[in-house]
Design a protein around this ligand. Structure first.
Ligand SMILES: Nc1nc2c(ncn2[C@@H]2O[C@H](COP(=O)(O)OP(=O)(O)OP(=O)(O)O)[C@@H](O)[C@H]2O)c(=O)[nH]1
Ligand SMILES: [Mg+2]
Length: 289
């Protein structure tokens, strides 16, 4: 059987498109964030509360991804800021070219902050850079406190975890401290806010994080926005000279196996030993340990 390495090619084309977007965002001073979470995690609800809190003079725009409908755009358009729906017709994630097309006709010089709501999915969007300064993962308390361990890729890549629907904590067997510990076992420096969009809890912490990160990014105009705010996709938390995480995203069997492993170190050991994972640098580094 001949294997055609399509996934790797698609991802590297996306990397090019994302780099061009990131440069464009930097040129025009656009601070972009990419919101990723399971279907129904509360992405649109959090954006509703966010837009509601902003003065009409703020230069904010939203792109929202959906497989089939424009329901989220209809919800978000009520707040008076530019909003566009990206309907992916089946694809489980946004990619950089979809974002580029959706921006056509907007004057980026008039946008300071761009929220991108990804398609509801905790796995597929993780691999697709959209030129954003930060990935933000939403984990709702109805999903289970073990989810950072089951879907570590996005918790590793996100700079912020928003724990959503905390108004439901009295009714669900979700241990918030354990969820946070699980997320930090994957990504020790991940920042965390707890929010409820319906009960309007914790929203100041969320809004302050966004404003602080935007200020931090915009105060350093000499570097491209993504390089300032966001970890490069192969950031190495172990500081030992090899790339982390390995480029397992081009290898779906490896990605599936990686998703079943707990802590970052356990995952590291697992990937390095797994015949499904093809990152030779990681394997070489492991052999040296
Ligand atoms: N109790 C409670 N419900 C919430 C909260 N945030 C959102 N919801 C509800 O959860 C459901 C899904 O919320 P959405 O904001 O549509 O979720 P989403 O992540 O945008 O969903 P998709 O775009 O379909 O992936 C809706 O019924 C919301 O009213 C919250 O803070 N508390
Ligand atoms: Mg939504």
């Amino acid at each position: 059987m001949t294997r055609v390495p399509m996934e790797g090619k698609v991802l590297s084309e996306n990397e090019r498109a994302a780099a061009a977007l990131r440069a464009e965002f930097a040129r025009h001073g656009v601070f972009a964030v990419n919101l990723i979470g399971s279907p129904g995690a509360g992405k649109t609800a959090l954006l509703e509360r966010t837009l509601e809190s902003y003065a009409p003079t703020r230069k904010v725009a939203v792109l929202t991804g959906d497989i089939q409908t424009d329901a989220d755009a209809a919800r978000l358009q009520r707040y008076g800021f530019p909003v566009r729906q990206i309907t992916t017709a089946g694809a489980c994630h946004l990619d950089a070219r979809m974002v580029r097309r959706a921006l056509e006709g907007w004057d980026l010089a008039n946008i300071d902050m761009l929220f991108i709501e990804n398609v509801g999915n905790l796995v597929c969007p993780t691999s697709y850079d959209l030129g954003e300064a930060h990935k933000i993962v939403l984990l709702s308390v109805t999903e289970g406190d073990e989810k950072p361990l089951k879907y570590p890729g996005i918790f590793f890549k996100a700079d912020l975890m928003a724990m959503t629907k905390i108004d439901l904590l009295p009714y669900v067997p979700f241990r918030p401290e354990l969820a946070e510990a699980n997320a930090r076992s994957i990504h020790p420096s991940i920042e965390i806010v707890r929010v409820s969009s319906t009960a309007r809890l914790g929203l100041n912490g969320w809004l302050e994080w966004i404003d602080a990160r935007m200020t931090a990014v915009m105060q350093r105009p000499d570097e491209p926005a993504g390089a300032r705010g966001s970890k490069p996709s192969n950031h190495n938390p172990e500081g030992s000279g090899f790339q982390w995480p390995p480029d397992f995203t081009s290898d779906s069997a490896c990605l599936r196996s990686f998703s079943s492993v707990g802590s970052a170190l356990a995952a590291y050991a697992f990937i390095s030993a797994s015949p499904l994972c093809s990152d030779s640098r990681l394997k070489a580094a492991t052999a040296r340990r």
